[in-house]
Design a protein around this ligand. Structure first.
Ligand code: BGC
Length: 446
């Protein structure tokens, strides 16, 4: 009896907290911490959320039993790449959503190789018989970044093996071809054999520790081009944020083809101005899956609902755009190369994917509250492509999402803002460092 009473009080308190949190309009809101301290909150949608009996936020479910979706940064050891299965199995409603890193990396390498073959006559700018490229590396401890570095080296013949796998370490500067983490490759085109050399590569990390840092890439291409500019025939980047920064500060004017990854809208538009190409990691499918697995777990339905099996609104994905690995509890979107041949089809990176764009009925799928963070509010891909997509899907899936943007450097900058997990029904987590899953799960386990 006493227990039941306590429970009721707890529910009432949770409901009150939820109401006060949604009082200024509900819908989606974004809070961003600048330089690790100040927090601002802006309501970006006007749908008002009232907690009905079925939709009461927090409710009686213990935080440790609530749905969790890791996304974009897969819980894994940042040195060995080994998946963190404890985090991926945090509870029976835990999943990861990302994309197939190896398939995408292979596509990126192939896209660059195809470009070289097709433009052989003009590619070697200084005519020295060496096709030189520079490579911007995102984060040496991030599996997706590692895969992309390997994909480029493999396709261009510059890869060397280390411990049975392609070495993905940055080389620093290698204009004389003496580096040991890569080798010189060769490409035969039109009866001529070219040497291919990774002239330089570097992790683009700023002094405060933020990785995939576009500004660092822009500065670095300045340094590289002033010391060996005419040797650079190709610029390759682990992502478009860094790629576009290098393109805008140097390669566009010097007509050096630059290749990125993500198919952000600005990069796709730049293809018309000489950007070499990019890879779509199907963020439109990933953003949907990120929220969809939470929706399904909250509804208590089969996890495949609205994914491989049509839901009651008709949303369904086909197997050419994603795969599910049950052992890894992971959904992986498939990648598509975006080049001068097809970029017109990819101009708006924030458009929802048509087959999963139907509104769920709010009586069958009542509004639930989701806490979601973005590891770095300034990450080009996450802020200009992924978050706008999430904001489109949260309405369609009746999820009231609170968006929290981190500084890209410190996990606590984000975890500090998960002070009251009981106010939410589910969590979508994008870690600063892929080793840090327990910083979040420990908060949910208290
Ligand atoms: C994207 C990068 C982004 C990174 C953040 C990757 O999937 O390609 O652009 O910076 O995720 O984790």
């Amino acid at each position: 009896m006493e227990n039941t009473r306590k429970k009721v009080v707890a529910i009432a308190t949770a409901a009150l907290t939820a109401l006060s949190l949604t009082a200024c309009g509900g819908g989606s809101s974004t809070s961003t911490a600048t330089s690790g301290s100040a927090t601002t909150s802006t309501a970006s949608s006007a749908t008002s959320t009232t907690s009905t009996a079925a939709g009461t936020s927090g409710g009686t479910v213990a935080n440790k039993d609530k749905p969790v979706c890791w996304y974009n940064r897969q819980p894994s050891n940042s040195s060995t790449g080994e998946l963190d299965m404890t985090a991926l199995n945090f509870n029976d409603k835990t999943y990861y959503v990302g994309f197939d890193a190896n398939q995408g990396a292979e596509l990126q390498g192939q896209m660059i190789l195809d470009y070289i073959k097709k433009n052989a006559a003009s590619i070697d700018r200084n005519g020295d018989g060496v096709i030189g490229y520079v490579l911007a590396i995102g984060d040496i401890g991030h599996n997706d970044s590692i895969a992309r570095t390997r994909g480029v080296r493999k396709a261009l013949g510059t890869a060397v093996e280390k411990d049975g796998e392609i070495d993905s370490a940055p080389v620093g500067t290698n204009t004389d071809g003496s580096a040991t983490d890569v080798q010189d490759g060769t490409i035969d085109v039109d009866g001529k054999t070219y040497t291919v050399r990774e002239l330089a590569s570097q992790e683009m990390k700023n002094s405060a520790g933020a990785t995939w840092d576009a500004a660092t890439a822009g500065n670095t291409i300045g340094t590289w081009s002033s010391s060996f500019g005419d040797q650079i025939d190709i610029v390759a980047s682990n992502n478009d944020g860094m790629g576009m920064s290098m393109f805008n500060s140097w390669s566009k004017d010097n007509k050096v083809p630059t290749f990125g990854y993500d198919a952000n809208s600005d990069a796709v538009a730049a293809i018309a101005e000489g950007y070499g190409g990019t890879i779509s990691q199907h963020a439109d499918v990933q953003a949907y899956l990120t929220l969809r697995v939470l929706r399904n777990a909250l509804d208590g339905v089969d996890i495949d609902t609205g994914i491989g099996t049509a839901d009651d609104a008709g949303n369904v994905l086909t197997s050419d755009v994603y795969e599910y690995n049950a052992d890894e509890r992971s959904y992986y979107a498939l990648n598509v190369a975006v080049t001068a041949d097809n970029y017109q089809d990819f101009t708006d990176a924030t458009k929802v994917y048509d087959p999963v764009s139907k509104q769920l009925d709010s009586s069958a799928h009542p509004t639930k509250k989701v806490w979601l963070d973005i590891y770095n509010a300034s990450d080009n891909f996450l802020s200009s492509t992924y978050q706008p997509l999430l904001q489109n899907y949260d309405d369609l899936l009746n999820l009231d999402v609170e968006y929290v943007g981190g500084d890209g450097q410190t996990e606590s900058n984000i975890t500090n803002r998960l002070g009251n997990p009981s106010a939410y029904d589910a969590f979508a987590i994008n870690m600063v460092k892929t080793d840090n899953a327990s910083s979040y799960t420990s908060l949910l386990s208290q």
